[in-house]
Design a protein around this ligand. Structure first.
Ligand SMILES: Nc1ncnc2c1ncn2[C@@H]1O[C@H](COP(=O)(O)OP(=O)(O)O)[C@@H](O)[C@H]1O
Ligand SMILES: [Mg+2]
Length: 263
């Protein structure tokens, strides 16, 4: 198993945020992490990327405990896109993506790194932004650049924390297609926290559903995205349809006796 999380416990002071979370990531899959706001999705991803130090539990990457890995080794193996990203220094989009090559080339980049950066700009569809200042882009454009920087790292795993939250519907689909094709063609894996149930249902190979810092259910999209699970975790009634072999979730209005939109 190439990424393994065992009995992870994380607390902020006395508040337990992750309660004995365990998961295993197979090679070449998208594991969608779902759950309401505050369930612990970002905290889990940040522990896996060693930004946060859990109080107990073990995370191994290719059988190596990540506690023994340096920051640079982590960056060579795990690409990370945070939920919100800032770039404190003014830099062009091109240079921001080129920074993703740093774990491979140190401070001196080679023609190969420049070529890779150009390829990624093309792949993510942001060539026209290459010379723009990162700080002057829209939230959605910034989100694509940060994804591109993580792709430039050429890692075996991608940790993506709501990578489509600022994107319009077309860009959401394009981004998910890019991730899916990289995962399946290059045999890499992705853990992706995502809010949109239907986007997750359409693109994730497996779904991990979190509630209050624990894993509520994990498995293929049809087995996890059931009306019962959605009711228990989100407090919403939903009808699940079959859309080309993938679940399609139609949530019902949660307002009791609502006469506006519900019949
Ligand atoms: N820096 C922090 N200090 C204290 N509590 C925090 C901090 N960051 C997040 N939390 C709390 O941890 C819980 C889980 O947050 P998070 O992992 O961001 O949830 P999710 O990504 O699922 O919305 C929330 O209750 C949140 O308020
Ligand atoms: Mg989050």
């Amino acid at each position: 198993m190439f990424l393994k999380v065992k009995d992870l416990v994380f607390s902020y002071s006395s508040t337990r945020i992750l309660d004995e979370v365990s998961l295993e990531l197979e090679g070449s899959e998208i594991l969608g992490i779902l759950g309401p706001n505050g369930a612990g999705k970002s905290t889990l991803i940040r522990c896996i990327n060693k930004i946060l130090n859990p109080q107990s539990g073990i995370i191994t990457f290719n059988d190596t405990n990540i506690n023994t890995m340096t920051r640079m080794e982590i960056a060579k193996n795990l690409g990370y896109v945070p939920q919100t990203s800032t770039n404190p220094f003014p830099a062009t989009v091109f240079d921001t993506i080129l920074m993703g090559r740093r774990p491979h080339c140190g401070w001196r980049n080679s023609p190969g790194d420049i070529k890779k950066t150009l390829e990624i700009l093309e792949l993510v569809g942001i060539k026209d932004l290459a010379m723009r200042d990162f700080t002057e882009l829209s939230g959605g454009q910034q989100q694509k650049v940060v994804l591109a920087r993580a792709l430039a790292q050429e890692t075996d795993a991608l940790l993506l924390d709501e990578p489509t939250s600022n994107l319009d519907v077309r860009q959401q689909l394009e981004t998910m297609e890019i991730v899916r094709s990289l995962v399946h063609k290059n045999g890499i894996s992705s853990i992706m926290a995502i809010h949109d149930l239907n986007l997750a249902a359409r693109y994730a190979d497996r779904i991990l559903l979190m509630k209050n810092g624990s894993i509520f259910d994990v498995g293929d999209p049809f087995s996890v995205l059931t009306p019962e699970n959605i009711r228990e975790v989100y407090g919403v009634e939903a009808v699940i349809k079959d859309e080309d072999g993938r679940p399609y979730i139609v949530p019902k209005c949660p307002v009791k006796n609502c006469n506006e939109c519900c019949q």
